[in-house]
Design a protein around this ligand. Structure first.
Ligand SMILES: Cc1cc2nc3c(=O)[nH]c(=O)nc-3n(C[C@H](O)[C@H](O)[C@H](O)COP(=O)(O)OP(=O)(O)OC[C@H]3O[C@@H](n4cnc5c(N)ncnc54)[C@H](O)[C@@H]3O)c2cc1C
Length: 479
């Protein structure tokens, strides 16, 4: 055993940096253990879209908003599947987190806040991000964190992988065993341990075990390996929320070697690009109105399809007349992919297209015939935008997958973020924050704007500033 820390933070990412900063400012002797060679975690790659109600910026813009309204909106979008206590805790304290970021230099985009972007829209303008997405947030928090490290109030051990939580005879968590690269394992002793090791979306085996679905996409932070879940389960913690698993609506993957990198994200939002194509499943059948303005409704429809797969089907006229399917490509770049990339298929007949795509040929023929025949009348799925029939060879298919960048399932905690054992009793000495709680706790069975990154920062901040105790706390003025 070495040292006796007031607070040991395991994982110096989004939640962990905040917990460390705020505990250090209350006079704690803080040790932060981080497996990566640098602090910051998922903020390196996150889109960093935050939500907070009752902010000074909203007031300045005359936007009347409250945490109560934010709460109601989260529960509306999640159809009451999010955890009411954790959502309440997050939204009631989100504005203070946002103000702290602004005080420390965060600049949000000019037209912000907005009601929404890629997810279901809020009723009010409470959604913000910086010019550089998650990196704007990283560049705000990390300098403050590193300043504390430089001042010696936080000791940061990089390249240090925590592997176990250590308990005393009463079951209290009293330390962490970790291995620094090039050194042997060591046990660090502390009065409080905060587990903020992030999610498991880069661990395909754990993803399948916890979610019940394969991880098709490789798009999460590489160190999101579920280490915290493994350590917590080893001392009696348990996970919840698999029923909230939801995929995003259709990305084009690089290959069939899962998890595969995402090649492109087509524009599905009908407000940005109306669909000209149809979307079919493996049976060759349509399963959703392609122009349904609710992304949540489209995501839930895709979730029911085999292998979370769908194919965009169109013909030569649509290929030449419709806007490109992504914002990144022009038409020539898009069309050059057919026959060259495994997700882009082209054939002279629909029958041949179905065969090379792995879609039921009879199903596809019937679907296209029905879609064309219905163009003068109502669409059975309610689609409005149907500019062209699918009739002129060659025919095209682009294969899309429902993908995941985050971890739905998380550790069960109480309303003070203490890990619960299987009898729902808190395990003393240990607190949890960030994606380790599971996206499903703060977003439910939906994607709710900003309801991961903001709660991660907020819960880290609250642990450091209020919840943890080590006996001799004295608030130090921010340096
Ligand atoms: C591409 C992408 C876009 C996103 N966009 C948004 C968005 O717009 N809005 C939103 O709300 N959410 C978004 N999210 C989710 C959100 O960014 C994350 O949920 C949040 O940043 C996670 O914070 P965290 O502190 O739990 O984990 P992290 O920030 O990942 O921190 C965990 C830290 O623990 C370290 N660690 C892991 N294992 C160990 C170990 N054994 N020992 C020591 N250290 C360890 C990791 O290296 C890491 O530094 C996005 C996620 C991704 C991947």
């Amino acid at each position: 055993m070495s040292d006796n820390w007031d607070v040991i933070v395991v994982g110096a990412g989004t939640a962990g940096m905040m917990a460390s900063i705020f505990a250090a400012r209350r006079g704690a002797k803080v040790l932060a253990l981080e497996v990566a060679p640098e602090a910051g975690g998922t903020l390196h790659i996150s889109t960093g879209q935050m939500s907070a109600a009752g902010t000074k910026l909203q007031k300045k813009l005359g936007i009347a908003d409250t945490p109560d309204d934010h709460y109601a909106d989260v529960m509306r979008i999640s159809k009451n599947t999010a955890d009411p206590k954790l959502v309440r805790f997050a939204v009631d304290n989100a504005a203070d987190t946002f103000e702290w970021l602004v005080e420390n230099g965060l600049e949000v985009l000019d037209d912000h806040p907005v009601k929404g972007s890629g997810h279901e829209f809020y009723k009010e303008r409470r959604y913000y991000w910086g010019a550089d997405g998650g990196r704007s947030v990283l560049q705000t928090i990390r300098p403050v964190f590193l300043k504390e490290v430089a001042a010696g109030t936080i000791t940061l051990k990089l390249d240090t992988e925590a592997t176990a939580l250590d308990q005393d005879a009463t079951g209290r968590v009293v330390g962490v065993t970790a291995t620094t690269r090039g050194e042997g394992p060591k046990t660090w002793r502390g009065k409080n341990v905060v587990l903020t090791t992030g999610g498991y979306a880069s661990n395909a085996a754990l993803f399948k075990e916890l979610n019940g679905y394969p991880q098709y996409a490789n798009a999460a932070y590489p160190y999101s390996q579920g280490a915290g879940i493994k350590m917590a389960r080893a001392i009696g913690g348990w996970t919840r929320g698999a029923e909230n698993y939801l995929c995003s609506f259709g990305s084009i993957l690089e290959s069939d070697q899962y998890p595969a990198k995402i090649l492109a994200r087509p524009i599905h939002n009908p407000a940005l690009r109306q669909p000209w194509e149809i979307l079919v499943n493996k049976a060759g059948q349509r399963f959703v109105a392609e122009d349904n303005p609710s992304v949540d409704a489209r995501e839930h429809a895709l979730l029911k399809q085999p292998e979370l797969r769908m194919w965009m089907i169109f013909d030569e006229v649509i290929a030449q007349e419709a806007p490109p399917i992504t914002a990144e490509w022009g038409r020539a770049e898009q069309m050059a992919k057919f026959g060259q990339h495994p997700m882009f298929l082209k054939a002279d007949t629909l029958d041949e297209l179905a065969k090379i795509a792995g879609v039921d040929a009879r199903g596809l023929a019937a679907t296209v015939a029905q879609y064309n025949a219905n163009l003068t009348g109502a669409d059975p799925l309610g689609r409005q935008h149907r500019p062209r029939p699918i009739v002129k060879a060659p025919f095209y298919a682009v294969r899309l997958h429902g993908a995941s960048i985050s971890s739905t399932v998380g550790l069960a905690v109480d309303d003070q973020l203490r890990l619960l054992d299987k009898n729902n009793k808190p395990i003393p000495g240990l607190h949890i924050a960030g994606e380790l709680l599971g996206a499903g706790q703060t977003m439910g069975h939906s994607f709710v704007g900003g309801m991961m990154v903001t709660p991660a920062m907020t819960f880290g901040r609250l642990l450091g500033s209020r919840i943890l105790h080590w006996g001799s706390e004295k608030l130090r003025a921010a340096g």
